[in-house]
Write a protein that binds this ligand. Sequence first.
Ligand code: NAP
Length: 466
Amino acid sequence: MTDAQPTSDTPNWRIAIVGSGPSAFYAVQELFKQDSWPLRVDMFERLPTPYGLVRGGVAPDHQKIKSVTKIYERIASNECFRFFGNVEFGQDVSREDLLDHYDAVLYAVGSSSDRQLGVPGEDASGVHSATEFVGWYNGHPDYRHLQFDLSAKSVVIIGMGNVAIDVARILAHRMQEIEVTDIADHALKNLAESQIEDIYLIARRGPVQAAFTPVEARELLEMPEADALANPEELQLDEGSQQELEAAGRETRQNLKILNKMAERGITGKPKCLRFVFLASPTEVLSEGGKVTGLKLERNALEQRNGKLSATGIGETFTLDCGLVFRSIGYKGLPQPGLPYDSKSGTIPNQKGQVCNPETGEACLREYVAGWIKRGPSGVIGTNKPDAVESVRTMLQTFLAEKWQPKEAVGVSGIEVLLESQQVDYVSFADWERLDEHEIREGQEFGKPRRKVIDPEEMLRIIRSG
Ligand code: NAP
């Protein structure tokens, strides 16, 4: 059952959105701002739950960030909006189906994969992507069966972006900080038994080039159970970094201040230690019996290459003993069935949000992208707003330029008929709200904002049981 049942026979522009994360919702918001356009929007999501990385990516101890879903709930309450959850693009509904039923399709499918290090030994047991760990502790159904051996004393995280900081913080927290969050039950249980004491964060370049933001770094100064440490020698800037710092924005200077504070403060005797290591790249994962035992690294210097300061190995190596390695070197978008794809950037080639075929240069006039699958995995949640607005404007300008009229042939119930004929057990926004209420109610018993259901079958059972 869908929520809104349109009654008018007047032709409306019908837009399909694939994905239900921030960029998808900001696109819907922008579409509904167009008072002069009669629009109906249907959103398709693979999982029975909406909100993409806000539910499956934002760290559980960052509940304030998650409150952005209140805005998405308001957007979804528009009577011309429908949510079709538990519908997989490319499986339950094809590109052709959507193009048949809608005037335009906007893909906001994000970047669900990750990048590899490409060093020997990377396939050893105990080497994971941050994507997997984040999905696991956030109760994302795809990652619920994974196991992480937290019995090691030392863990190394490769990469120095906000995801690396999230992973480090979750590993460094006391139970008191995370048991009151919506972290998945299985993760809470495992973390309670964690033996981890030393957490290394490795950056291939220097502190000026670190990708994290000051708000996230500052939190590490306040951790009750972990000292955050930076090596003063590694905070000495070479000439290139000094120039970059002078030209950089406020955030980079704040990062440097925070790192210097960590270096000055040193060890204060807390049980865990979070160590920032700059100018080092992994060269080999060491293992015994197939299980990671350490990481071999090479020290780097920075040199100008293609207009930016890049890391170059200087031949000096060192080893860190560890029982767990996370690579946190960026997400990557996956190819979508039937759509052009740029394998280097992991994005769908586009011009201002309009999909285009890079080989022929031809624009796909009725197809659009927004969010990470459009621009790559960068920016914070708010970055998706102007990004989605640009795509929607390109879409509407194309409608005007091409003097198109809305498709009249397919009624609003056409897509439901199609899904039902294929026995797709789709869920509406009202269905999701039922599950949402259930999770919140379950969480209240334990003093948490919610207790996530992690198995899609169970989600459907709860929804269908009313
Ligand atoms: P990111 O910000 O792009 O950081 C990736 C890190 O990996 C960089 O330090 C990068 O270093 C390093 N790296 C890349 N390739 C490498 C390689 N081959 N070897 C070693 N290091 C390598 O990516 P992210 O941390 O996955 O975050 C994705 C986006 O989500 C970011 O925009 C982030 O701000 C956002 N996010 C925000 C929050 C928040 O607001 N709280 C939380 C999580 C994520 P180089 O610079 O040298 O390439």
